[in-house]
Design a binder for this molecule. Sequence first.
Ligand code: FES
Length: 576
Amino acid sequence: MTTPPAKPKRRSQEWFGQLSKDGFLHRSWMKNHGLPEDSFDGRPIIGICNTFSELTPCNAHFRGLAEKIKAGVYQAGGIPLDFPVTSLGETNLRPTAMLLRNLAAMDVEESIRANPIDGVVLMTGCDKTTPSLVMGALSCDLPSIVISGGPMLNGRYMGRTVGSGTDVWRLSEEVRAGKISQAEFMAAEEGMSRSAGHCMTMGTASTMASMVEALGLALPTNAAIPAVDARRERLAWLTGRRIVDMVREDLKPSSIVTRAAFENAVIVNGAVGGSTNAVLHLLAMAKRAEVDFSLADWDRIGCDIPCLVDLMPSGQFLMEDFYYAGGLPGVMSRLKDKLHLDAVTVTGQTLGENLADAVVYDDAVITPYDQPFKPHGGISVLTGNLAPNGAVLKPSAASPHLLKHSGKAVAFESIEDMKARIDDPDLPVTANSILVLKNCGPRGYPGMAEVGNMPLPKKLLEQGVRDMVRISDARMSGTAYGTVILHCAPEAAAGGPLALVQTGDTISLDVEARRLTLEVEEGELARRRAAWQAPEPAMKGGYQSLYVDRVTQADEGCDFDFLHGRRGAAVPRESH
Ligand code: FES
């Protein structure tokens, strides 16, 4: 008689498989959920890492979605246990949700490692909830799968489609230019956000949902199914089933999130015209996953990728249209010659196998590769004496006539300085000027605010100007647009050359040559450097001090230096 193969010892059995006092403690308290004894017999225990919060409106429907995940886990023979982690609501948090991304990632990492779970479902939605959960999970490397909450339905207002964020920027400029009334502006609020879900433009949330699908960390179609479409609940159900099998197969992120996966993500980001915030988040993820992937790779791999998706903020359609047109599998089916199709994904199959049945239903929304919506969808990485370690620009959201431009700087020392003077009739600014904003980077704000797309001066708006070159060490909302150079590194508050710019200096931008130059003699720059003093931190003490002390610069992803790397899920000590 052959001996049956030994059951693999689950991680959770280190807690629940003991007959000692400790095992009693672990099991007994969990039984107050009503769990029967065989719940602890070695079947996979699945953590559901839930970012539900009513203060994160984009994720406020997650309680219902978690129930579908749980159903899938039970159906596959696992035990689901839902747990909360720090949830970052982009529209409510001050000074910026990005300040708390690393805090949330620490919470996620420690929560996964400390608890008796064998695998984890990461419930993500609003901008920072995706990178924070993925970063934390990558450092633990337990079997992990992402499900996004899905985008809101298309916004509708006064007979037209309106997109999250993108139309806020447009409408707010129209109020300032006197084109619409304040009352009309405010009436757009409820039409824009009319269902559960996250921003329905190709902003940062939709971009990151696309990135996790491209990385192979989510089931196909994750990125685009609207939050309120029953197929989102079906996907949650399937995600719950799949994580149980991933535990049985011991399929971990370290087998999925490889160099090839990052290259796929950069290509897909170009094709969907994704957010510049993805640059920071993927660099941070790569550091966690110990994958060799740099800022220069964004340009090298993504620069020739055309934008195939006609979505706001670069285009006209929204995520709901994108889903009906074929969603991310549809886009990736048009990139097969570019992608690493042998990359492993959470399905247990390769990306190429996942794409076997992918179809595009609407060429107006997802254009053919040889007739792209825009010829350049990727991120351009600029260097020069104004950003020695790099800066980024999204050509698909910029004005073509400004991609090669020289102009006189109008410099602002802080966000408050900019707000106080931008509409001053005496501001020495013309349509050819270049607006420069300092001290809004990781250390300077702190947290790298989304203010890089600073408003245009009112007197220029009234003249009909709708775009200008803007340069900063800040970020920009993924829903925003314009010829906006972001993430200058090193930042001004760290003594980067941006700190030395003065009003009247000439700055030259040449996107094709990838150059960003401050046309000031080195001797004069040296004099300014000697006189420069670091600004006083805007916030002192507590987490903010840790953040300012240990955050890396934009070209490295703005994680804390001590969080880089994969620390695994082992915990050497019992719970006491
Ligand atoms: Fe949450 Fe845009 S505010 S995704």
